[in-house]
Design a binder for this molecule. Structure first.
Ligand code: ADP
Length: 388
């Protein structure tokens, strides 16, 4: 606690000095924060997650029961303010995490204030999403199936469509915090600007607003993320980013269907989910898990996309089905969810993605770009229908 006398309220972004910050210092600093009942200190409740410290940024979460969020919000805010006052802290993120849904909730389980408010309309605890019409998730049962590449091109293809007020306004939230790829896919680097208080302005690439944990932490350093931490980091990006007015916010989910993904599916006010799969059986089994996860938390499935579906030979122009093709279409039929389309396996997709030149924008005449545009139109039609 001795270290608590300097800089009591403000983040010091860009400060030239960073002290080695320890978990003990953070815990000591939190000792004065009381729990919601006001009787014992927060640190003694057993509700704190591990504390993650990277580059002067501190993240932790407080486990609560569904329905307790309103009572615990002042505690969360006090804990965050306390940590921010610690010398050497450049930013702090404290989140409330409810791991399990409440028993007697409506179809959409109220795992947190965000989730329960989401089921009632706009989430009160995410005022920055007030002007975002639809939040959709792009998910996959496992990594490496092209989920992020699809999310990026889908978002950009959506910006090319017209809505009620002209071209659609679109944002991408890179929630794949194990391997954030949006900085590379959009060729963006740099730190988001802090606008007012603790609100961050998203960066902008090809006319799309982009926020990624990759802008906030050093990607060359390995990070160990635990379930609640994943949810915390993502919640911050939903809560503290000035998204402004958007027609669609595309959330690139972390791959897989573990607790972290489930929490996110419960907490984010999702209008629907798109599942990306490759044609192989194994990926489809994983995709089925993804579908089941969203169904469990009552998020509508907008459809399944088959990525790396077929390969068009440069020389003979024929389609080659490298993996057993058509599996996703059949699987959609079995699961009674829409099939959104096939994206070819194209070297150009990989090369352009790696170079931060998404095909939808930089090779609009390609088969792949056309496939992404068709899928975007289907997704928008589904969202617009729901709205109506
Ligand atoms: P995920 O988000 O599922 O882990 P990525 O989007 O990062 O997957 O894609 C994994 C790799 O596959 C990347 O190198 C990407 O460029 C490549 N890739 C994705 N989709 C295609 C495709 N349709 N054709 C060729 N390469 C692709």
């Amino acid at each position: 606690m001795g270290a608590s006398m300097r800089g009591t309220s403000r983040e010091r972004t860009g400060a030239g000095w960073i002290m080695a910050l320890t978990t003990e210092q953070v815990l000591a600093r939190l000792a004065s924060v009381m729990s919601a009942d006001g009787r014992i200190a927060l640190v003694e409740t057993g509700r704190l997650s591990d504390i993650v410290i990277t580059d002067g940024r501190v993240m932790l979460s407080i486990a609560i029961e569904a329905g307790e969020a309103a009572r615990w919000e002042p505690v969360r805010a006090a804990a965050e303010a306390a940590i921010k006052g610690l010398p050497g802290v450049l930013g702090a993120l404290v989140s409330l995490t409810a791991e399990r849904a409440a028993d007697a909730t409506p179809a959409r389980p109220g795992a947190s204030a965000a989730a329960s408010a989401a089921s009632a309309g706009r989430p009160e605890v995410y005022p920055n999403l007030a002007k975002v019409r639809h939040v959709i998730a792009v998910a996959s049962g496992k990594g490496g199936v092209g989920k992020s590449t699809t999310a990026c091109n889908l978002a950009l293809a959506l910006t090319m469509l017209s809505g009620p007020a002209g071209r659609l306004k679109v944002g991408v939230l890179d929630a794949d915090i194990y391997g954030p790829s949006m900085p590379k896919l959009f060729a963006l680097k740099g730190q988001p600007r802090i606008t007012s208080g603790r609100t961050l302005a998203p960066l902008e690439g090809y006319g799309c607003k982009v926020m990624s944990i990759g802008f906030l932490v050093d990607l060359s350093k390995a990070m160990i993320w635990r379930g609640p931490m994943v949810a915390s980091a993502i919640t911050q990006m939903l809560r503290d980013v000035e998204w402004g007015e958007l027609d669609v916010l595309v959330v690139d989910m972390p791959p897989g269907t573990g607790d972290a993904q489930l929490t996110l599916a419960q907490q984010a006010p999702l209008a629907g989910a798109v599942i990306v799969s490759t044609p192989q059986d194994l990926a489809l089994i994983d995709a089925r898990r993804g579908v089941a996860m969203f169904k469990d938390v009552d998020v509508p499935i907008l459809g399944l996309i088959e990525n790396m579906s077929y390969f068009v030979c440069d020389e003979c122009g024929k389609r080659h089905h490298i993996f057993a093709h058509g599996g996703a279409r059949e699987e959609s039929g079995r699961l009674a969810i829409p099939f959104l389309g096939e994206i070819p396996l194209e070297l150009e997709i990989r090369e352009r993605s790696d170079a931060g030149l998404p095909v939808v924008v930089t090779a609009p005449e390609s088969t792949a770009a056309e496939a992404y545009r068709r899928i975007a139109a289907e997704v928008w039609a589904a969202l617009d229908n729901r709205r109506k």
